[in-house]
Design a protein around this ligand. Structure first.
Ligand SMILES: [Zn+2]
Length: 202
């Protein structure tokens, strides 16, 4: 994962919080376990009334991170004490929540949603809430159309370059030209599907 995508995720998480506020994050091997953890701490008064708390599924084999209060928006130079992996999962949970909310709103309004998927609903939530729509749409496009895997020619001792000759390069999937072309085609199709006529420069 790139630094850019992580800092963008952090911004998006922070954008939902007034300065200096915290979120209680509870990790569980199942969502039910994480929700139970929150309920337990609310009863014990360890999570205050009205305080944001989010239950998160920990899908990795590594030990569960501690359930705890994390301060966001602490100001410049005050990074929240949260790992990159935790942040990515938290951002994904916020995205899933936004998708559910948009879908429920559309269904309630009597809209036929059979042709719409998660990306459609997420774009709607961005249109509704984003503070920098252009940047967020570009970020989403890059995230859903990641850079292709490319095998560059190998520089030899005589200064010449020898193209890779592995099976995927022989079928042109991972050569610089082939990979770029396939990526451009896929991305154009994505843009035509989700953001037609947007004129989004990627
Ligand atoms: Zn190759």
């Amino acid at each position: 994962m790139t630094i850019t995508s992580l800092s963008r995720r952090l911004e998006k998480v922070e954008a939902k919080r007034p300065p200096g506020t915290s979120i209680f994050i509870a990790w569980g091997r199942t969502l039910e376990a994480a929700e139970g953890e929150i309920a337990l701490r609310q009863r014990a008064g360890m999570i205050r009334q009205g305080e944001s708390a989010v239950a998160l599924l920990w899908p990795d084999p590594e030990p569960l991170p501690a359930s705890r209060r994390v301060l966001f928006n602490g100001g410049r130079g005050r990074e929240p004490k949260i790992s990159d992996r935790e942040l990515a999962l938290l951002a994904a949970a916020f995205r899933a929540e936004a998708v559910d909310r948009e879908r429920a709103t559309a269904i309630k309004a009597g809209e036929n949603v059979s042709g719409l998927d998660e990306t459609d609903f997420y774009i709607r939530s961005l249109r509704r809430e984003s503070r920098n729509l252009d940047q967020d749409l570009r970020f989403l496009c890059r995230e859903e159309n990641p850079e292709p895997e490319i095998h560059w020619p190998e520089r030899q001792s005589n200064g010449l370059h020898r193209p890779c000759a592995c099976p995927t390069c022989l079928s042109d999937k991972t050569t610089p030209m082939g990979a770029h072309k396939a990526h451009a085609t896929r991305q154009a199709a994505w843009l035509a599907r989700y953001l037609p006529g947007e004129g989004l420069f990627v």
